[in-house]
Write a protein that binds this ligand. Sequence first.
Ligand code: HPA
Length: 283
Amino acid sequence: MIYDFEEVERVASQIRAPLKPQVGIITGSGLSGLADEVEEPLVIPYEEIPDFPPATVEGHPGRMVLGYLAGKAVVVMQGRAHFYEGYPLERITLPVRVMRALGADTLIVTNAAGGLNEGFKAGDLMLITDHINLVGMAGDSPLFGPNDERLGPRFVDMSEAYDRELRKIALEVGHELGLELRQGVYVMVGGPTFETPAEIRFLRLMGVDAVGMSTVPEVVVARHGGMRVLGISHISNMAVLTGSPGMGHPVKKEEGLHEEVLEAGEKALPKLLALIKGVLGRI
Ligand code: HPA
């Protein structure tokens, strides 16, 4: 274990937060503009926080923003580090531990994801109902190693990882805003390669609706720490197969897909922002 209770407290104590945040928010690829809406912001670059993994990927600025959104005290991680950047999962999820230590009991986590459900289209927002932790099942978890009971229990109940009540509120807000929200299962792959056609078929068979390279370790740690979680995927591209069955290839080429993900995120931002503000207004 790298970050036991004392280590997390040590990192959190370096952040002289002007408020006690109730909600933590993590912004996904192309969605970092969310943090620009925070009022009375205190902005801290990750480099100034001990051990925070610098976000190296374009579209992930790497700043912690504390302030108010829709009247709620929030802490926003503007950008995240990913497993494929080479950090241990425990370090990638340190920001979630720190949010918790600062006082947040709710996590709103966002990401960009490839749509696998044929009923989806690029630009959709999907409330995550459940996930498949492919990286965890293959043998890596931020919870590996000795467990510090002060941070959470050894065995974590994931039977309702994504809070039903928060999802209900999000659906109500979406309805009022005239947003058609999708719901579905998210799967985390290690990346950084996008999926091959065979992998896309495999993931579909597993029964997932969207695929991405983040979020799941953060949710694992949030649940370990007893936080309620709302997960929202922005379907930035469709990972659909074309051609004859079994001979398909993704419609989108790998070249430029990350740019496409970022561009699509900027377009989706107003919808996502309205949804999150609406939810914050009700919790
Ligand atoms: N695959 C994996 N991760 C992603 C995708 C995708 O198609 N789009 C955005 N993140």
